[in-house]
Design a protein around this ligand. Sequence first.
Ligand code: TRP
Length: 444
Amino acid sequence: MADKRVTFASKIGVVAAAAGSAVGLGNIWRFPSQAADGGGAIFIFVYIACILFFGIPVMMSEFIIGRSAKANTAGAFHKLAPGTPWKWVGRLGVLTGFLIMGFYIVVAGWTLVYLGQSISGHLLSVDNFSAHFNNLLANPLKQSLWMIVFTLLTAYFILSGVRKGIEKSTKIFMPVLFLFLIILAIRAILLPGAGAGLDFLFKPNFENVKSTVFLDAMGQAFFSLSVGMGCLITYGSYFNKNINLAKTAVQVTFLDTLVAIISGMIIFPAAFALTSNPSTIVDELVTGGPGLLFITLPELLNQMAGSMIWSTMFFSLLALAALTSTISLMEVVTIYISEEYRMSRKKSTLLVTSGVIILGVISSYSTGFFNILDVSTAKYMLPAGGLFISIFVGWYLNKQIVAAELTNEGELKFGIGFLKMYIFLLRYVAPIAILSIFVYGIIG
Ligand code: TRP
């Protein structure tokens, strides 16, 4: 197989790129509202179980497929299973990535709007944040413009290539993101009254748990870990021979989960400490959604001393997290088009950028379209992809390839029990778990 394929230069670069993909709006925007919705600690407990039982195994599978095939998401299935319909799983993945981008970049555009308003001080003068956010939602032209800015920014890093674009940027952005995250968490926890927020997050609250907690947690695990569409097949195809795939999957998952939990440790303490209306804060948090980050949080930040600094830091954090994720999504589609249709990276990037902008404009103008993209990808397409990926590696792929990839051709020593457990998770546990999300998507 073509070993000429470009790779990430360093181990740190591999972890930064993959964690950059995983850590995104899913952790900072989606996780806290889901946790609030699912009864705090109870949701977190189920979420962690999902990660262990199928998040990590599917992530490892994507790495295995990618590195053994050294091809784009669709090309990888084609190479490993020539002449079979498996290539459609790859194509479905590429399409899923394209569609996720179609709404994700709109939210990413909002982060730029808020970042600009934090820097200019405009946010300081807002007194009704709900109206402020709704004004933005009612202005599709403005949303489109910032969405386009964000997409072009993403395209810039894609154009710069795997090492100079993806690896270099994530190696710089991820540590900055962690630094901001930790500073903000310390600031939030030191606010008087923050303890109630931590209790809300970490104490099981059986009143708030919904019957769908299992399924919600599984969906969140997929989305947050960037698994189920072959995003990490594409990244895996850039891994060197010496990368320990299992260890990398564990590290990336650990970082992703850490960011989600620390985000909760910023948002909930701030919410409880700064609210003027303690009786409604729980409701607000539970109904959360987009409002949590774009209405509740800026309102809270505004009450803190030095709020311009804190909100600038927070929205840069959010924009960076989104950027390293959109980079991964755009790379999947770009390298697919470039390899399958023999096009230069430049041409392919241009094509994908235009396509994504068209989707993004439609999403900005139509909430219905935005929601269709969101729901169809997260609820249907990712679980379907994850199901196929675990079946592919668990049942179809030659176990010698699997063993060779996990052990780096025998160099790493894993007990046979480890390998057996991994295959068992892929064959039975993950498909059944995933199938239940899928069923939920249809009946829920
Ligand atoms: N995981 C990212 C987040 O949490 C989003 C993302 C990037 C993603 N690439 C993906 C989600 C691939 C699913 C599949 O924001």
